[in-house]
Design a protein around this ligand. Structure first.
Ligand code: UDX
Length: 412
């Protein structure tokens, strides 16, 4: 059992804190948001993350998980301090390290290992190590939203960068998994390299889908054939309205900014980002091609979150599409099983039928499985003109077209 301090109670910090407590460690989690700390002390969790609320409640009730207000000086008598504060995109595309710096400016660390879990550009932890009187290791997280607890408790890999002894002590805190100990900059880069590679795979598939449409091929068959090659792998080959969320957009921009700063021509990464920005326009082009000029037309949106299984709207490609549609004068009604408030130009309704009512077209933007099983004849009957643009290739084509819909998919 170790005594662990966690700074930042966002989705990474809170998952880290709750899971370490669950694994038998004694955890104190600090955050500067007084309202959040008060709620967490009452074991109230708002994040939409399976099992997280349950683990927080267990830890609070058995005393293994405590919440304190502040930035770090609040943490004393701990063996490890995990830095889990956000590093959003700054105006120039680089990672904004001001939250990290604010914590370090106040930190009074002694007799502990400082673990940098925030996603930071390569070289940052080395710089931190030069300014702190304790060993510093870089330990990126690979948690997927909607699977954070499961990913933490059954990790595919643990990556820790730093001196061998403190790095091994950090590895030992985690459940058993393949562990890689590297220098700090390499560990920091593993995180960016992984996310940017996945984003690149998706931009590649989205471009390939466009080519399929022009070449008379079917992206679903093409990717099925690719999946059979073990070297390519089967995941992250589904076309969509573009990739989004709290990590990919931020990490691709930050790595490109680091490359530029180091005078490395990473044009593949620039193309990955540009291709993704074009994808929302491609979706709007498809809607316009199906229904004509958009001014004054009602368009229903199915799905607003950046992916299924989360309530997160941050950098959601669905909202990027919505903004472009609204800019052309479309009137938007949307439905999402996890969103109950209006989002940007989208008036949020309480059912797919309400979003479809009177619409010239429906656009499927998030791959919620329930969208594959809607009452198609009833939806079609309520629409001005039954067109569906399915940007996730999720819908059962036969059933949808038999119900009188014109179905527009991606890459087929
Ligand atoms: C990602 C990484 O997977 C995770 O390891 C890292 O720690 C944080 O960033 P997350 O942001 O939760 O996790 O989203 P992810 O499930 O990876 O999806 C990212 C985006 O790609 C979503 O917009 C999703 O809809 C899209 N996507 C994913 C596709 O369009 N097609 C696919 O085949 C897979």
């Amino acid at each position: 059992m170790a005594r662990i301090g966690v700074i930042g109670a966002g989705y990474v910090g809170l998952t880290t804190a709750a899971c370490f407590a669950h694994l038998g460690h004694r955890v104190v989690c600090a955050d500067v948001d007084a309202g959040k700390v008060a709620a967490l002390r009452r074991a109230e969790v708002t994040a939409h993350e399976p099992r997280l609320a349950e683990l927080v409640a267990d830890g609070v009730h058995d005393g293994s998980l405590e919440f304190v207000l502040g930035n770090g000086p609040a943490l004393s008598d701990v063996d490890f301090v995990f830095l889990c504060v956000p590093t959003p995109t700054a105006e120039d595309g680089a990672a904004d390290l001001s939250a990290v710096e604010a914590v370090l400016a106040e930190a009074e660390l002694t007799d502990c290992v400082l673990v940098v879990k925030s996603t930071v550009p390569p070289g940052t932890s080395d710089r931190i190590a030069r300014s702190q009187p304790v060993p510093v290791v870089a330990n990126p997280e690979f948690l997927r939203e909607g699977h954070a607890v499961d990913d933490f408790l059954r990790p595919q890999r643990i990556v820790v960068g730093g001196e061998e002894e403190p790095a091994r002590r950090v590895v030992a805190l985690y459940p058993n998994a393949p562990a890689l100990v590297t220098d700090r900059a390499s560990a920091e880069l593993v995180k960016y390299a992984s996310n940017c590679f996945l984003a690149m795979k998706l931009s590649y598939v989205n471009s390939l889908a466009e080519l399929c449409e022009e070449a008379g091929a079917d992206i679903e068959d093409v990717t099925e054939g690719m999946r059979l090659d073990e070297r390519i792998g089967s995941a992250f080959l589904r076309p969509g309205p573009g990739w989004g969320g709290s990590c990919f957009p931020k990490d691709t921009k930050a790595l490109l900014s680091t490359s530029d700063e180091k005078h490395v021509d990473f044009s593949l990464l620039r193309a990955t980002i540009d291709t993704n920005e074009r994808q929302a326009h491609r979706v709007v082009d498809k809607v316009r091609a199906a229904v004509g000029a958009l001014r004054g037309k009602r368009i229903g949106l199915l799905g607003l979150t950046f992916k299924a299984g989360t309530d997160d709207l941050r950098d959601s490609p669905a909202l990027a599409v919505a903004d472009l549609l609204a800019r052309e004068g479309a009137v938007l009604a949307g439905y999402d099983p996890c969103v109950d408030h209006d989002a940007g130009p989208v008036r949020v309704t309480d059912s797919p039928a309400a979003a479809a009512r009177g619409a010239a077209a429906l656009v499927v933007l998030t791959e919620w499985p329930e969208f594959a099983e809607l009452d198609w004849p009833a939806l079609a009957a309520g629409m001005a003109c039954p067109v569906i643009v399915d940007t996730r290739n999720l819908l059962p084509a036969d059933k949808v077209t038999e119900s009188g819909f014109q179905l527009v998919a991606l890459g087929r």
